[in-house]
Design a protein around this ligand. Sequence first.
Ligand code: PEP
Length: 252
Amino acid sequence: MRPKFIAGNWKMYTSLGSAKDLAAAVAAGVAAAPGVTVAVCPPFPWLNPVHGALAGSPVLLGGQNCHYENEGAFTGEVAPVMLKEAGCDLVILGHSERRHGMGETNDVLNKKVKAALVAGLKVIFCIGELLAEREGNATEAILDKQLTAGLAGLTAAQMANVVLAYEPVWAIGTGKVATPDQAQAAHAFIRGKIKSQFDAATADAIVIQYGGSVKADNAATLLHLPDVDGALVGGASLKADSFLAIVKAGVR
Ligand code: PEP
C-alpha cells in the first residue's frame, strides 16, 4: 500500500518567527496522523531555522526550487548540494509558478531533477495543465509531454526517490478544486504513463499527490481516491490548524 504524503509549500510567505512557530506546531501535531508522511517547504532563508524547529520530529524539510549546477556564477540561485547541507530531504521542482512565472522548460527541469537526485534529495515533480489546455482536451497530451521530457533518462531505481504532484494550474490558489472524477482520471492517466515510461512496479509504487486548493473540508474526499496518494498544499499549509486537518484526513 502506498503511504499518504502531505507536503506544505509555503511559497514566499511567513516571517522568520511565524515560520519557526508553524514548523514547531506541525512537528507537534503529526503524532495524531500515524502512517502519513509530512513535509514542509519554507522559503530558502528559513530552511536552517525551520530545520532546527523540526529537530527530533519525523517531518521532512524541502526546498521550493534549485539549480541544476552545484556551484558557479549563478546569482540568486541555490544548488542542490546546498539544500542537502541545509538539512533538506527533498525539493519541489516544476511548480507551475516556476514553469509559467519563471519560464522553466521541461528540458531545464529534467536537468534539475537529475541534479537533485544525485545530490541525495527526493524530488516532488509537479505537472499540470493550464485551463485553456483542459478546455481544449489537451490535458493528457500535456501531462504526457511533461513526464516524457521531465523524467527522461531516469532509471526505475531513481524513480523510487521521485514523487509526482498533479497540479492543474487553474486550481492553484484559485479556490477551484478539481472534482474527484477529474483528479482520479488524471492520476490514473499519470500512473499508466509511468508504467509505459518505466515499468509496472514503478507505476504501482510511485506516490502521486494532488495539488490545487486542497483545504480541510475537501481533503478527505480527494485523499482517498484510488490513485491519489497525498497532497501538495499551498495556502492551507500556512496555518497549523488547517494543514494538520489535511494531514489527519490522510489517515486510513
Ligand atoms: C501549490 O502551491 O502547490 C498549491 C497547490 O497551492 P494552493 O493549495 O494554494 O492551491
